[in-house]
Design a protein around this ligand. Sequence first.
Ligand code: ATP
Ligand code: XMP
Ligand code: GLN
Ligand code: MG
Length: 525
Amino acid sequence: MKEEVVIVLDFGGQYNQLVARRVRECNVYCEIYSYRTDIEKIKAMNPKGIILTGGPNSCYEPDSPTYTDELFKLGIPVLGLCYGAQLMSHVLGGKVERADVREYGKTEVFIDKKDSKIFQGVSAQTTCWMSHFDYISKVAPGFEISAHTADCPVAAAENEAEKLYAIQFHPEVLHTAEGTKMINNFVKNVCGCKGDWKMDAFVENTIKEIREKVGDGKVLLALSGGVDSSVAAGLLSRAIGKQLTCVFVDHGLLRKDEGDEVEGVFGPNGQFDLNFIRVNAQERYYKKLAGVTEPEAKRKIIGEEFIRIFEEEAKKIGAVDFLAQGTIYPDVVESGLGGESAVIKSHHNVGGLPDFVDFKEIIEPLRDLFKDEVRKAGLELGIPEKLVFRQPFPGPGLGIRIIGEVNAEKVRIVQDADYIYRDEVDKAVAAYKAEHGTAPSWMPNQYFAALTNMRSVGVMGDERTYDYAVALRAVNTVDFMTAEAAEIPFAVLQSVMSRIINEVRGVNRVFYDLTSKPPGTIEFE
Ligand SMILES: Nc1ncnc2c1ncn2[C@@H]1O[C@H](COP(=O)(O)OP(=O)(O)OP(=O)(O)O)[C@@H](O)[C@H]1O
Ligand SMILES: O=c1[nH]c(=O)c2[nH+]cn([C@@H]3O[C@H](COP(=O)(O)O)[C@@H](O)[C@H]3O)c2[nH]1
Ligand SMILES: NC(=O)CC[C@H](N)C(=O)O
Ligand SMILES: [Mg+2]
């Protein structure tokens, strides 16, 4: 049992995991539970505080998610955010109604209760992120209004004596300028947490949990050589040593030379002492993908084939009960499994899994973490920085960077174009670093070439061409949940363009993708 835990109750909001990570950033352990969780279970965990998330519903409608008022009478501090704030007011006898003016986006909030514990050190006027239709028109008995906006009389309210706090805006998103301070105030000043939880505690506890679960059984880890599964490999091999076997699948959709590079790092001549198996399955994948164009269908085929290969390898090892994967939180939420949120795309390792998986259990030690938290855990485990700070590469690989049907010819084109793109960006970054001593501000967190399904007319060597267009993508992002196109200098893009056209047969046009996420996603399918 963790000494100090704060619980987040999920009412279907978009930013639930952000709430949890903001709490963890205060060095307090935090877990998310559905609003359907029984109050006895909550009491048994003895949390220092409870946070109610936002959500798409209106709390005054009959079938909306709700919670027993007992929750507010346990003496445990409760912070309601947006829907959570409205629900708290509604359940405790205030009034919530549809507003005339909807507030969405950055909004100026005026703090009315200067000595509020939650607004300690926060400016009297502060920019916050709003996203609501409904509003609290009357606070519940015992509550006082602690902040307002031009359109919203109750931007925040509190019952200090009962330690109940309602906030209409979203302190968990970075657009709320002083939001982190507010959450820190709740966790430390109101809940009285010491804040001595750290990533090393996550690593230690997870190793302990893995040992307990696995006993003297065997585990097969799906290892891609990417950040997440490498960190998972580090955790598992610390926990269970040679009871672990890592299986790396070369599905013919990897980047240029990547198969050999991964084998070089994790294989018998590499830097880790692991049972490592490489499976070359190019032909098998190309056959399955022939003629398939629909993105979700492609993802599911790739996901299923991974599992079938893992099952075959497990049979060869004998009596493998557990399959481990480097699943992280964004994979879960985009696959539509993060509570009430919508399916964006079925990540091959979560929503894209086949219905039947022939393992007793799936182990995903990083399932609740964001990428940057995974990297912290990797450093804690002593995994080399070069691996920890690699850019992500999706499991379905080039399969989702080739729009439409996948075949060997298209794979060759996108591999070669991508290789040139990465080479030129890396050279430009290195040159900038040599001159300025730091990385450039445009340094992308993920960058790659994709093959559009579009062919167009060009002229090369006085001859007509009718060839493919390559799209270049580069994004700046912290958590890969939202992203902006990176401002790569035009000169760099131009040299990429001319090298791709000159060196990659079958390409006569190069596009730069300016789309942010949302509305786009980072990958193309
Ligand atoms: N080629 C592969 N062979 C074996 N397992 C794979 C392969 N590609 C992906 N996986 C499994 O699917 C999981 C999810 O893939 P994903 O790309 O999100 O993570 P990653 O490759 O470990 O890290 P990164 O995000 O840095 O690429 C991996 O952690 C791994 O368990
Ligand atoms: O393992 C994975 N399996 C998948 O099916 C998958 N789809 C997207 N990604 C990676 O997730 C991050 C967000 O990508 P999107 O904006 O395209 O959803 C980006 O870093 C993507 O590379 C995947 N990773
Ligand atoms: N973001 C939210 O939690 C929204 C709450 C509620 N659905 C509203 O529109 O006000
Ligand atoms: Mg990967």
